[in-house]
Ligand binder design. Structure first.
Ligand code: FAD
Ligand code: SF4
Length: 461
């Protein structure tokens, strides 16, 4: 075995998986996991832990895997993470724990994500649950939203003895984990639903089909429903558009709508009636995880798919693994390209898109080189579908209906990074609702901090 390289992980072959919605990555088996764990140096100063927003004891759990004590490895992870099988699949480990791993200096870092996934899958398949140690303290907390931030905050508070109710607008809990990220990356029934059940087994109640701001307000939860504190983890579900001519044509979708139809409403499954537009030639505008997911979904519905992104490959914000998988499956990357108009036929349907070529200039506020239009570079792409994956922002419904809750100019709730405290007493917030669209593990980290903040507030109240 080459100790400088990760033990390779099995995947469905690109030409096979491009035609189905089953999971792409098949994960390690026990022997492979133990071999990979054997590469870990069990560092005295484990930089990997500093790279993890929820501070999982990474060398601790890997050492248990090395010894073959898989259940103990799982319990170590579960102390700090409510969603290990999810995170093992979707976290951008290359810029977090694995990006800090000492093994990565001379060779490939330890495959921490794949090991976390192995331990969580192994435990789930054997019905092993996180250890529950709570004694009720008689206090009630409401959590708004059942995405990674809300689930983490709720789970941590339940472990501390609080009676927690999550209010979720949709008919199924999970947030982006169920409506955004596709089945071929994150199985819903087998993985997401089971990890949500683990949170519920800690005593957390989930009420679906409740839109806070419409069905009930935050003030009513605090003043009339007997909740002692509220955590807002309502995400950033409002899609952005470019504002270019033709964007209202038939055949233009937001990635959120397109993915929600396919994932939450199961349009990919023939036994469901959910309609979805199956284009023949599709452009997905954007370069993040959302763009990759929309593109790979459209490909599985039988289309030729182009990613249209205004910067170069080095700036693509999507996880490296997603870009690699998308390329293997045959997605065409039109980089340094920006749409300026969507071309519409006489019946109001998309027939193409006019684009311009870009080059990279000086770095902008984000530190990335600013794309600049190359004069006279306009060209047309013939298409029948355009999917906009340009980012999202928080829905203003909650802030508009809650007096004293301040937001910034992007409608993100203003909250203290250390403890999630907002400008309204007893109300805490975290995840995408505060930061704007970010990552699962950052939302979980914020949910954790807020649970500590709420606990401190209620103990001193
Ligand atoms: C398609 C897609 C792919 C992604 N891929 C990755 C990836 O690979 N890796 C990664 O780390 N991150 C990824 N992300 C980002 C990640 O999923 C989010 O950063 C994360 O889910 C944010 O968690 P959250 O709990 O803050 O919000 P969300 O997951 O958005 O959950 C918020 C929940 O609140 C509910 N809600 C909203 N308003 C109300 C209301 N008024 N009342 C009641 N409930 C309400 C929503 O219905 C939702 O269920 C992806 C995002 C998308 C859209
Ligand atoms: S930094 Fe890498 S090698 Fe060191 S303990 Fe963490 S995972 Fe193991």
């Amino acid at each position: 075995m080459d100790m400088l390289k990760k033990v390779p992980v099995k995947e469905q072959a690109p030409e096979v998986r491009a035609k189905n919605f089953e999971e792409v990555c098949l994960g390690y088996d026990e022997q492979e996991a133990v071999m990979e764990a054997g590469r870990c140096l069990n560092c005295k100063k484990p930089f990997c832990v500093g790279g993890c927003p929820v501070n999982i004891d990474i060398p601790g759990f890997i050492t248990k895997l090395k010894e073959g004590s898989i259940e103990e490895a799982y319990q170590i992870i579960s102390k700090d993470s409510a969603l290990p099988a999810v995170c093992g699949r979707v976290c951008p480990q290359e810029s977090q724990c694995e990006g800090k791993c000492i093994r990565g200096i001379k060779g490939e870092p330890i495959a921490i994500g794949k090991l976390e996934r192995f331990a969580a899958d192994w435990a789930r398949q054997r019905g092993i649950r996180p250890v529950k140690e709570a004694v009720h303290n008689g206090k009630k907390v409401a959590v708004i939203g059942s995405g990674p931030a809300g689930l983490t905050c709720a789970g941590d508070l339940a472990r501390l003895g609080y009676q927690v109710t999550i209010f979720e607008a949709l008919h199924q809990p999970g947030g982006v984990l169920v409506y955004g990220i596709p089945e071929f990356r994150l199985p819903k029934d087998e993985v997401v639903a089971k990890e949500i059940q683990n949170v519920m087994d800690l005593g957390v109640k989930i009420e679906t089909n409740v839109i806070v701001g419409r069905s009930v307000t935050i003030d009513q939860l605090l003043d009339e429903e007997g909740f002692d504190a509220v955590f807002i983890g309502s995400g950033a579900g409002l899609p952005r558009f470019m504002g270019i001519p033709g964007e209202n044509a038939n055949g233009v979708f937001s990635a959120n709508e397109y993915l929600t139809r396919s994932n939450l409403m199961k349009a990919f499954d023939e036994s469901y009636d959910t309609p979805i537009f199956r284009g023949k030639k599709v452009a997905v505008v954007g370069g993040g995880n959302v763009a990759m997911d929309a593109a790979r979904t459209a490909l599985r519905f039988g289309a030729e798919v182009h990613i249209v992104y205004r910067r170069s490959e080095a700036e693509l914000p999507a996880r490296v693994e997603e870009v690699h998988h998308a390329k293997e499956e045959g997605i065409i990357f039109d980089l340094l390209t920006n749409p300026v108009e969507i071309l519409v036929d006489d019946n109001g349907w998309v027939k193409g898109m006019t684009c311009v070529r870009m080059e990279l200039g000086e770095p902008d506020d984000s530190g990335r080189r600013r794309p600049v239009v190359i004069e006279g570079s306009e060209f047309d792409l013939a298409l029948d579908t355009v999917i906009m994956a340009l980012g999202t922002s928080p829905n203003p419904l909650i802030s508009d209906t809650t007096k004293g809750l301040d937001v910034n100019r992007w409608h993100c709730i203003i909250a203290d990074e250390k403890n999630g405290k907002t400008t309204k007493e007893g109300v805490y917030a975290g995840g995408d609702a505060v930061t704007g669209a970010a990552t699962v593990i950052l939302a979980m980290g914020a949910g954790k901090q807020a649970a500590q903040g709420i606990d401190e507030y209620l103990r001193n109240k």
